[in-house]
Design a protein around this ligand. Structure first.
Ligand code: FE2
Ligand code: FE2
Length: 363
């Protein structure tokens, strides 16, 4: 689990930030002053240190200087937290090796976005070892989803052209046999929606390619649908999105609303092809009618919707979440042998793709 050190002389500020980080699944430790922070940072490598500037005793600058001198967290990212963002303080903090600044009181969404960016930096650095086409897929998907999430929150149309460009790049790495490297590279990335959406896009693309009858243009559209399918989750509160296990009825309703949020923004976006809408609207429908949002049954669920449900369920089961490790592919496919929910003939086709990709035997 990723670990953050919170350094602040205010008890309230420390517990507020700790609660905020917990929603993202980050573990945190805290120090009320610079001296204790230096001791903790010397002993343990934190993925990020949040350092208040105005503290009695050693201030944030002096503390940062000492952390940088030696110890386990010597090279950790340090984000300064302050009530005043004057140019002089910013310049001083950057010169001492801080990576960023956040001004109190802050918006928790923007704050967590920044935190996640720095925490994922190490994983993203590793991407530089990949082939240029693989790196391009990862960075363009990250940027496109970032933009899309912002659009959802601001109620603006989605950047659909960017999704098409992203899909084109995904299809190229699949065609060249380079897709496994990309799937491996996101294993340790903790931005759930980015990893989940990219993986659904990839698996749906491979699924479509396997079944006859789709041309390249079709597959590109459907790959875009896969990456877009959950953008409405931008509006789902993190405490619900990252909640382990069972939901209260009200929370479950809110969780299910992500489908409506996605459909709403797609309707607002000109030029969205019907299959993209279909994937977003129907990927949680189940053959026995127990799915959502419409509770469609049997033949009412199109082949495309059935395929989307399979890709989505497989990815959800194998996704690593803040509250669970991902299931191995064999176990996930075994759990998908549920004729009430998923089309079993299509699950068999899908299992063949997974078996080929990972070189594993599926019973
Ligand atoms: Fe969904
Ligand atoms: Fe999903």
């Amino acid at each position: 689990m990723k670990s953050v050190l919170i350094v602040d002389d205010s008890d309230d500020a420390r517990s507020l930030v700790a609660a905020c980080l917990k929603k993202m699944g980050y573990e945190s430790e805290s120090a009320p002053d610079g001296t204790q922070a230096i001791e903790l940072a010397a002993r343990k490598k934190y993925d990020l240190i949040l350092l208040d500037i105005e503290m009695p005793g050693l201030d944030g600058f002096q503390t940062l200087e000492r952390i940088r001198e030696a110890g386990a967290s010597q090279n950790s990212n340090v984000m300064m937290v302050t009530a005043h963002s004057d140019k002089e303080s910013v310049a001083k903090a950057i010169a001492l090796g801080a990576c960023d600044f956040v001004v109190k009181p802050f918006d928790s969404g923007q704050f967590l976005h920044k935190v996640s960016r720095y925490i994922n930096q190490e994983v993203e650095q590793e991407w530089k070892k990949l082939k240029p086409e693989q790196q391009a897929v990862l960075s363009i998907t990250l940027t496109t989803l970032d933009k899309a999430f912002k659009s959802v929150l601001e109620n603006h149309p989605l950047p659909y052209e960017d999704f098409r460009e992203t899909s084109e790049k995904i299809m190229t790495i699949i065609e060249k046999g380079d897709v496994k490297g990309v799937l491996d590279a996101v294993k340790e990335h903790d931005s759930y929606t980015f990893v989940h959406s990219l993986r659904v896009g990839i698996f749906l693309s491979m699924f479509m390619e396997r079944l006859a009858g789709f041309n390249r243009e079709d597959i590109m559209t459907l790959t875009s649908g896969g990456i877009i399918h959950d953008v409405g989750k931008a509006k789902t509160p993190l405490k619900i999105l990252n909640k382990p296990g069972s939901f209260e009825p009200e929370e479950w309703r809110e969780m299910k609303n992500h489908v409506d949020y996605t459909v709403e923004i797609l309707k607002k976006t000109p030029g969205i092809p019907a299959p993209v809408m279909e994937i977003a609207w129907c990927h949680h429908e189940k053959l026995d009618g127990s799915g959502y949002p419409r509770g469609l049954k049997g033949d009412e669920i199109s082949v495309l919707a059935r395929m989307s449900a399979i890709a989505d369920v497989y990815v959800a089961l194998t996704d690593k979440r803040v509250y669970k490790p991902g299931f191995p592919p064999e176990k996930a496919l075994e759990m998908m042998r549920n004729p009430g929910h998923l089309d079993q003939a299509l699950v068999t086709e899908f299992a063949a793709i997974i078996s080929e990709l990972y070189g594993i035997t599926i019973p």
